[in-house]
Design a protein around this ligand. Structure first.
Ligand SMILES: [Zn+2]
Length: 227
């Protein structure tokens, strides 16, 4: 029994090492491409929120965005959208765009075929369309794309949208002050900022980023029109 467990653990370790080696090789060979992206207008800034909707933080974030007159893009996970349809309806009613961020956000999805990835995108697409959304934008999890992901996005008629500033707001070791410093040191007109509405400090970060961009860079437009 004990021997079987050791063998299984060894097999799991070998599989993990093989996966990491494969991933590093494909990334370093340029097979994976970071989906970076900027706005067409240098006088605008776009805030984007991935991995929601989250019933704990998304409602307060929507309240804040309305007060600040900011129109954002939410790249939602299909199964979360299915569980919280009221939040999707609210996003649309309040002028935000809703994009596809896969159905389950599995980090290994990138190793599947284009058709299999397209099926996953379609599952989210179906949920969003049932809620009256016509999704046109796709953000790949982790912001990396490859030939299969690009083909799947094309099959679904999606435009892939990355970011120009990654806040790293999901790093639990970073304080909100540190995250803000990182964003503020890089920000300029035309940037697309990546944030997550599943993180508890999202409202605090958004409030400060908008004030900073308005006061330091004179940015007045925070919307998706020049995307
Ligand atoms: Zn994500």
């Amino acid at each position: 029994m004990c021997q079987t467990i050791v063998i299984l653990l060894l097999l799991a370790l070998v599989a993990l090492v093989a996966y990491v080696a494969y991933a590093s090789a494909t990334i370093s060979s340029g097979f994976f491409v970071k989906a970076t992206c900027r706005l067409g207008s240098p006088s605008s800034l776009l805030l984007t929120f991935d991995d929601g909707p989250d019933p704990r933080y998304t409602p307060a974030l929507l309240d804040l965005l309305a007060r600040l007159n900011v129109r954002a893009v939410f790249f939602v996970i299909g199964q979360k959208a299915q569980a919280h349809p009221e939040l999707i309806r609210r996003m649309v009613a309040e002028g935000h765009l809703v994009g596809n961020h896969t159905f389950v956000h599995n980090p290994f999805y990138a190793f599947r075929s284009a058709r299999s990835i397209a099926r996953e995108l379609k599952a989210t697409d179906d949920v969003l369309r049932s809620l009256g959304v016509e999704p046109k934008l796709f953000r790949p999890p982790l912001g990396i794309t490859n030939r299969a992901i690009a083909k799947a996005a094309a099959l679904m008629n999606y435009r892939t949208v990355g970011w120009s500033i990654r806040s790293f707001d999901t790093r639990r070791s970073d304080t909100p002050e540190r995250i803000l410093k990182r964003v503020e040191s890089r920000i300029s007109g035309g940037d697309i900022v990546l944030l997550h509405d599943r993180m508890p400090d999202v409202c605090r970060l958004v409030g400060q980023i908008v004030i900073f961009a308005r006061e330091r860079h004179g940015i007045e437009r925070f919307d998706h029109r020049s995307l």
